[in-house]
Design a protein around this ligand. Structure first.
Ligand SMILES: Cc1cc2nc3c(=O)[nH]c(=O)nc-3n(C[C@H](O)[C@H](O)[C@H](O)COP(=O)(O)OP(=O)(O)OC[C@H]3O[C@@H](n4cnc5c(N)ncnc54)[C@H](O)[C@@H]3O)c2cc1C
Length: 431
C-alpha cells in the first residue's frame, strides 16, 4: 500500500496528527520505535489489575481542553472525568487548592489586604492578551503589583501546576495566562480520561488504522531528501518512499535522523539541542486500602510537588478497594543529570508523602521513575510558543510535531495543538 503521509513517532503528537489526517481521508503510516504506543504518555497494565500511566497524567481544563478538541474533530467520544477539588499541603496543614477566583478569595491563606490585590491581579489576567506577555516572566509581571510573599508563592504554585515551571523568573506569563484563562472561563481545572490514557491512545490508533497502518518496533534512522524535498525514510535496510513526512519525536532525537548536510535541518537540530525540558522524579504507589479520599490534585507548596489518587477520580485503574497514588517532584533538567540529586529528591518525595499521610501503611508495590525529559520544552520566556521548533520546515514535505513546537499550551497540550496545526497545514497543501 502506498501512503500519503509517514509519521515517525507514536506519542500524543504523532498519533493525534495521524488520526486527524486519517479522518480527512489520507492513508497514514505511523512508525513507532518501541513495542508500545504513547511515548511519554504511555499507559499500561502493571501489577495485577492496575492501569498505570507514565507518571501523573492529567488533562488541563478537563473536557474544555485541547484533547477534547482533537476528539471532537475526530467525531469520537472521549470520556474525560473531572478532577475533584484539589488539596494543598502547606506548613503541615491541609487547605483546599484554590483553582478558581472564588476559592482564592475564600482561602484562609490570604489576608484581607492580599484579597484586594488578588482582585486587581485577576481583572488584569482576564483582560490581557497572552501574546503580549509571552516574553514577560511571571516574576516581572507580579512586580508591577507589589504583591505579598504569600501571593508570590501562590503564583509559584500555579506556575508549577500549569506550566511545570515553578521558577517565576523564567516562567512565561503569557503561556500561563492563556491556560489560566481557559481554566477560569470553563471553571474546569483538570480531568482524566476514563480508563487511563491508554484508552485515548487506542482510539487514536484505531482511527489511523481505518485508512492506514501503525507499525511498532520500527526505529527510523534517516530521512532522505531530494532537491530539498522529503523523499523517503530509512529503517535499517528498508526504505519507504513518501513525499510527506512528519517527525513527531522529542527534540533530542531529531539529530539521529535529520540530514545534517542540509542547512535548514542543521538549524533545526541546533535549536532542538538548545531547548530545556522539564524534568523530575515520579513515584507510583499501590495501596491495599485507600489512604486518602482526595478527589483531585494533591499538592505541596514547599517543596513543590504534585500528585493525585488516580483511583479516586477513576475507580477502574485499581482493583476494587485498593488505591493508586502518583506523585511528581519537578527538578531542573540540569540537576537530574547530577548524581545523587535524583536519588535525594526521590527520598524527599517519599518522606513528604508519609508526612502528608502519616497513617499510610507500607504500599503493596512502588514504582520509582527518574525522568530527564517530562515536557519537551519548559514554557519559559525564551522558549515560548514562537521560539520553539517549527511545525512546517523550509524543506518541502517535511513537518515536525510534538510538545516542543510552535503551538500553545504546556506538556501534552502543546503536542495536541501541534498535531492540530500540522494536520491542517498538510491537508491544505495536499488538497
Ligand atoms: C511523568 C510525566 C508526567 C506528565 N504529566 C503530564 C500531565 O499531567 N499533563 C500533560 O499535559 N502532559 C504531561 N506530561 C507530558 C506529556 O506526556 C508529553 O508532553 C507528551 O506525551 C509528548 O508527546 P509527544 O508525542 O510530543 O512525544 P513523545 O511522547 O516523546 O513521543 C515520541 C515517540 O517517538 C518515538 N520515537 C523516538 N525516536 C524514534 C525513531 N527514530 N523512530 C520511530 N519512533 C521514534 C518514541 O518512542 C515515542 O513513542 C508528562 C510527562 C511525563 C514524562
Amino acid at each position: 500500500m502506498a501512503f500519503d503521509v509517514v509519521i515517525i513517532g507514536g506519542g500524543i503528537a504523532g498519533l493525534s496528527c495521524g488520526a486527524l489526517l486519517s479522518k480527512k481521508g489520507y492513508r497514514v503510516l505511523l512508525l513507532e520505535a518501541k513495542q508500545i504506543l504513547g511515548g511519554r504518555a504511555n499507559s499500561q497494565s502493571l501489577q495485577p489489575s492496575y492501569i498505570v500511566d507514565w507518571g501523573i497524567h492529567s488533562l488541563r481544563a478537563g473536557d474544555a481542553g485541547v484533547a477534547a478538541t482533537v476528539f471532537q474533530r475526530l467525531g469520537l467520544e472521549l470520556d474525560i472525568l473531572p478532577s475533584g477539588e484539589g488539596q494543598l499541603f502547606h506548613d503541615g496543614k491541609w487547605y483546599s487548592l484554590p483553582t478558581s477566583v472564588s476559592a482564592l478569595m475564600a482561602t484562609p491563606l490570604l489576608s484581607d489586604a492580599d484579597r484586594s490585590v488578588i482582585g486587581t491581579l485577576f481583572t488584569s489576567i482576564m483582560s490581557a492578551d497572552p501574546e503580549d506577555l509571552l516574553t514577560t516572566s511571571v516574576a516581572s509581571w507580579l512586580a508591577e503589583f507589589e504583591v505579598s510573599e504569600t501571593i508570590r508563592w501562590i503564583f509559584q504554585l500555579y506556575a508549577g501546576l500549569i506550566l511545570i515551571e515553578p521558577d517565576l523568573t523564567v516562567a512565561s506569563m503569557g503561556e500561563m495566562l492563556d491556560i489560566m484563562n481557559t481554566i477560569l472561563r470553563s471553571g474546569k481545572a483538570a480531568g482524566y480520561p476514563k480508563g487511563g490514557w491508554r484508552v485515548l491512545l487506542q482510539a487514536l490508533r484505531e482511527q489511523i488504522e481505518v485508512m492506514g497502518e501503525v507499525r511498532l518496533g520500527k526505529t527510523v534512522n534517516k530521512i532522505h531528501l531530494q532537491d530539498r524535498a522529503a523523499e523517503a525514510i530509512q529503517i535499517g535496510n528498508d526504505r519507504i518512499s513518501c513525499d510527506t513526512i512528519i517527525a513527531a519525536v522529542p527534540p533530542d532525537v531529531l539529530s539521529s535522523f535529520l540530514p545534517r548536510a542540509d542547512s535548514d535541518c542543521k538549524k533545526i537540530i541546533k535549536l532542538a539541542k538548545q531547548l530545556i525540558p522539564t524534568a523530575g522524579v515520579s513515584l507510583d504507589l499501590g495501596f491495599a486500602e485507600p489512604i486518602t479520599d482526595a478527589p483531585g490534585l494533591i499538592v505541596s507548596a514547599n517543596p513543590f510537588i504534585m500528585g493525585q489518587a488516580t483511583s479516586n477520580i477513576d475507580s477502574s485503574v485499581s482493583p476494587a478497594g485498593e488505591q493508586l497514588l502518583t506523585f511528581y517532584y519537578p527538578l531542573p533538567a540540569k540537576e537530574i543529570q547530577k548524581d545523587p540529586s535524583a536519588a535525594i529528591a526521590m527520598k524527599q518525595l517519599e518522606a513528604l508523602v508519609y508526612q502528608m499521610f502519616p497513617k499510610a501503611p507500607k504500599p503493596k508495590w512502588t514504582r520509582r521513575l527518574v525522568l530527564p525529559v517530562v515536557d519537551g520544552a519548559a514554557p519559559r520566556i525564551n522558549q515560548n510558543r514562537n521560539q520553539r521548533l517549527p511545525i512546517q520546515t523550509p524543506i518541502k514535505g517535511l513537518y515536525l510535531a510534538g510538545d516542543a513546537h510552535n503551538a500553545p499550551g504546556a506538556g501534552s497540550d502543546i503536542a495536541f495543538n501541534a498535531a492540530l496545526a500540522c494536520a491542517d497545514k498538510i491537508a491544505s497543501i495536499l488538497e
